[in-house]
Ligand binder design. Structure first.
Ligand code: NAP
Ligand code: FE
Length: 366
């Protein structure tokens, strides 16, 4: 056996967990910046719960609710400045992956006088502020990962930075906060979580222990397929999705992602396709492309999902996602040429050329 395993996050998973565990907050100081999106904090009810707790405990707070979807370097710079100006001791991130990833960047920028581009150097003079994470989507697993994925206009893609210091100290996981998600966000984010479990399992970096989590996560997604397709998503299903997305986050914390994410970033960056949907549109062809190199694993994934084969998987994705993107020949080539250079490509089970990526994109979108 050969593996390392680390999750730097205390997970508290229960309906009502923020208020029931309020003693977690003052452990990290008495001034806090809440980092959230325009709607997600309020719509989910998480922002109100956190503010109630902070007021009760007399913790001084400010709210930065300007996080954009797929946050940019400029966007997190603003948050970092707000945190430094306020003199925050810790950060509470509330939202989907966008606010949680922004909270991580803000935590580093608050204590280090650096430009956001220097986040990628991964050496910081001062430790980031502690982060408490409250997911309101069930998808990215960002509450248990050391990654922050930011939009980079300079290299025309999204790119993550990773640092052990940005593992959230605590993840408060309450599936009630995910109930306000619109149907499309529920589906897209669930598929993002599936893509993490799948890619982590198929990756050359997969390990004995990460596979245990990945297989469990994939199987739980399988239990939710009917509810997602039939739009009958009850609280039990919400909890399952939140749990499987957390497991999948733990998987990619060890393995990273592979070709599906690198290529998906192109559709998000250039065509504004939501992150999970971008991965979902590519997933069937990802399985087909990698089939010969990882036949046993692909077959096992289908078994765990309780589906006959990859074609049946494709039919499920067709029911959940609309194929509404058209690319020109020039776009196919350009996206492939950018994506092929990403490091995560090297961990794909089968080696990938630019031409392969064009083919996968074409088969996925037409
Ligand atoms: P998101 O971009 O955070 O949110 C998508 C949309 O859903 C936003 O409009 C958001 O509103 C809304 N929303 C979120 N929760 C809601 C709720 N409970 N009720 C109503 N509306 C809600 O989506 P996401 O898929 O969770 O995150 C995507 C980002 O995470 C991407 O940048 C992706 O690259 C990144 N990611 C990170 C990791 C990691 O390990 N760190 C892994 C995978 C993906 P607001 O605009 O108000 O927030
Ligand atoms: Fe993802």
């Amino acid at each position: 056996m050969d593996f390392k395993f680390r999750i730097g996050t205390k997970v508290i998973f229960k309906k009502g967990c923020v208020k029931e565990n309020k003693e977690e907050f003052p452990k990290y100081g008495n001034k806090c910046i809440i980092v959230t999106g325009r709607k997600s904090g309020k719509a989910s009810g998480a922002l109100d719960d956190v503010i109630d707790v902070l007021q009760e405990l007399k913790i001084d707070y400010t709210v930065f609710d300007g996080v954009l979807n797929n946050p940019t370097l400029e966007n997190v710079k603003e948050g970092g400045e707000a945190a430094a100006q306020f003199g925050a001791d810790f950060v509470v991130g509330i939202g989907g992956g966008s606010p949680l990833d922004a909270a991580k960047a803000v935590a580093v920028l608050a204590t280090n006088d650096i430009e956001p581009i220097d986040l990628y150097k991964n050496i910081y003079d001062n430790a980031p502020l502690p982060i408490l994470a409250i997911p309101t989507t069930a998808g990215t697993g960002s509450e248990v990962t050391p990654y922050s994925i930011l939009t980079r206009k300079d290299i025309k893609t999204k790119k993550s930075f990773a640092n052990e210091g940005i593992f959230p100290k605590v993840a408060f996981m309450d599936a009630r906060y995910t109930e306000s998600m619109p149907y499309s966000v529920t589906v897209n984010t669930a598929i993002d979580a599936l893509s993490h479990a799948v890619e982590g399992y198929m990756s050359k970096r997969s390990t004995e222990l990460s596979d245990v989590l990945a297989k469990e996560s994939i199987q739980i997604f399988g239990q939710c397929i009917d509810a997602l397709v039939n739009k009958e998503i009850d609280f039990n299903c919400r909890e399952k999705l939140l749990y499987m997305s957390m497991l999948a986050g733990m998987v990619i914390s060890q393995t990273g992602t592979t070709m599906m994410h690198s290529l998906g970033y192109m559709l998000t960056y250039f065509k504004d396709v939501p992150h999970g949907k971008a991965n979902g549109l590519l997933m069937k062809e990802y399985f087909k492309f990698n089939y010969e190199a990882a036949k046993d694993k692909v077959d096992n994934i289908m078994k765990l999902l309780n589906l006959k084969d990859v074609n049946e998987f494709g039919k499920v994705m067709d029911k959940l996602l609309s194929k509404d993107i058209e690319l020109t020949e020039e776009e196919y080539s350009r996206y492939a040429s950018i994506a092929v250079g990403q490091k995560s490509m090297t961990y794909n089970p089968r080696s990938v050329s630019e031409e392969d990526l064009v083919n996968v994109l074409k088969r996925s979108l037409t």
